[in-house]
Design a protein around this ligand. Structure first.
Ligand code: NAP
Length: 397
């Protein structure tokens, strides 16, 4: 008779005592890399981080989420220089395998709640496209149990941006919200969160091809920027739930968008918006700004929140951050997502309740991140791209 040996069980003590490998697989910023045109390089010999500090834990990363900031980082002054040769990425999901000394006493002070060895956690750190990362406990929370590591890794940056943008934009129950870029990483989660936070109506702008995705996230109406005339003429029931005002997708470039037709389509809304969440405008010429067309649809005194903007908006925002003086344009706020354990916990609760469901277009292996970068740069991602950082079977388990 075949006897199946019992599976080994690992206690937290075993986990803490287990030897770590000396080297790990990561993707680093490498300007001189000739292997791809993205300034990144896959390495199999990057040192595994040392023991975590007092307010830190060592996490074995299972998955890492990608964001546009990852490919923009090399051109960010100072920060880009500081990250040279270091692993890319911010978002991670994984398990705690080492605790910093004296952490138990600090748990409450850091707001992370009780996190222990073996716990599944998710959050943000510098260099998440790695197998092991050291993370401040103030930058993580327990992984939502309902989500896989891949789904949880898709949440931090895009989710925190959405949550904080809606909050800072004065989101209230019953609000009417416009989400520009409703199918991207930040946009699709913004639509879901606005609904979860009690929005009475959410209208999304994205391409015709992704209208269904935005509607599935909860958008009551979708206006296709690449077919706005069609959307405008077909929106006879703009106040009913789940209108999808799109036709057959036309082009996919900004140049082909018809802004006055978007304004026309929006004018069919029975009331102005209480909040506009713009995830598309940026300093890059390829990222279109809808502000001129949509701002007239914003209720007097309400806020236009954006995640990116032109040079002058960034100057104003950074002045505000540096000296506290609000130099931003009136009723306009450029949100800079902050890593807060309490917000990560709030998102985990939303995910466990089923109101937050990150959509992942593709899960990529660490060695193929440059392909993901090319896709990310195209600005055509539906939801999120996630890197599977865990190796199966792991050589070190
Ligand atoms: N300030 C912060 O803290 C912060 C945090 C996170 C992100 N950001 C910034 O916010 C922006 C969005 O980030 P993300 O992660 O959501 O990016 P993303 O996933 O790359 O967003 C791409 C989405 O934008 C949509 N899009 C592209 N062109 C559009 C157009 N002309 N009109 C309407 N939608 C358009 C695309 O939808 P279609 O394919 O349907 O066209 C695509 O789904 C980026 O600039 C990023 O750097 C800032």
């Amino acid at each position: 008779m075949l006897t199946i040996p019992p599976l080994p069980t690992y206690t937290h003590k075993d986990m803490a005592a287990a030897a770590l490998p000396k080297q790990q697989h990561v993707v680093v910023y490498d300007k001189s890399s000739t292997t791809d045109g993205h300034g990144i390089r896959f390495r199999t010999d990057y040192p595994v981080p040392t023991t975590p500090g007092r307010k830190q834990v060592l996490v074995r990363v299972h998955a890492a989420g990608l964001n546009p900031v990852d490919f923009k980082m090399p051109s960010v002054p100072v920060l880009g220089w500081m990250r040279r040769g270091k692993p890319i990425g911010y978002d991670f999901s994984g398990e705690v395998i080492r605790m910093g000394r004296g952490l138990a006493q600090q748990e409450e002070a850091t707001g992370s709640g009780s996190i222990g060895l073996g716990d599944a956690v998710y959050g943000r750190c510098n260099g998440s496209v790695a197998e092991y990362v050291v993370v401040d406990v103030s930058s993580l929370a327990r992984k939502p149990g309902r989500l896989s590591h891949e789904q949880a890794a898709a949440l931090p940056t895009a989710g925190l941006s959405g949550l904080q943008a809606l909050r800072e934009g004065g989101m209230q129950k019953g609000a009417r919200v416009l989400v520009i870029g409703a199918s991207g990483g930040c946009g699709h989660l913004g639509v879901q969160m606005a609904k979860a936070m009690g929005a009475a109506r959410v209208v999304g702008i994205c391409s015709a091809a992704n209208a269904k995705l935005a509607r599935d996230c909860g958008a009551d109406r979708v206006i296709a920027y690449d077919d706005p005339l069609n959307s405008s003429s077909s929106s006879s029931s703009s106040n009913s739930n789940n209108d999808v005002d799109v036709g057959v997708g036309g082009g996919d470039s900004v140049e082909e968008s018809n802004n006055s037709a978007i304004a026309e389509a929006l004018a069919e809304e029975s009331e102005p918006f209480d909040l506009i969440y713009d995830t598309v405008a940026s300093a890059d010429a390829c990222d279109h700004s809808y502000e001129a067309e949509v701002r007239p649809m914003l209720r007097n005194g309400c806020t236009y929140v954006m995640l990116n903007g032109g040079a002058s908006d960034w100057r104003r925002r950074l002045t505000r951050a540096a000296i506290g003086y609000n130099a931003e344009r009136k009723h306009t706020h450029l949100v800079i997502a902050a890593t807060r354990a309490e917000d990560l916990k709030k998102m985990a609760t939303m995910a466990d309740e089923g109101t937050l469901n990150p959509i992942i277009q593709q899960v990529i292996d660490t060695e193929n991140v440059s392909e993901a970068f090319a896709f990310l740069k195209s600005r055509r991602v539906k939801g999120k791209l996630v890197v599977r950082t865990v190796r199966c079977p792991r050589s070190d388990v």
